[in-house]
Design a protein around this ligand. Sequence first.
Ligand SMILES: [Zn+2]
Length: 105
Amino acid sequence: MRCSDFQELLDLYMDGDLPEEMRARLERHLLRCAECAFQARTLEQTRAHLRAAYPHPEPPPAFREKMAARLQDAFQDWLRREPEPNAAQWSLPFLLSERFPQETP
Ligand SMILES: [Zn+2]
């Protein structure tokens, strides 16, 4: 991977959204590469400024409960629906392999 590849991952890294292996790889790179470490520090500071300038508004009390109730209402038909008797539960890989048959050399 090149420095530009690592730098594109910094946002995901700071959000904690990188898979473990990538995170470890990026952290090793940041220890060795001054340029990427500088980019990471700059991005971290920018994000801190943005958080300070635009704090997340606190949701009103009971917001979570209201939203949960609305979601429950919206999806109750779907939640109540019985699974179709003959529906293959793991059909996706088979559908994919039908659509994209493996090429034979
Ligand atoms: Zn680098």
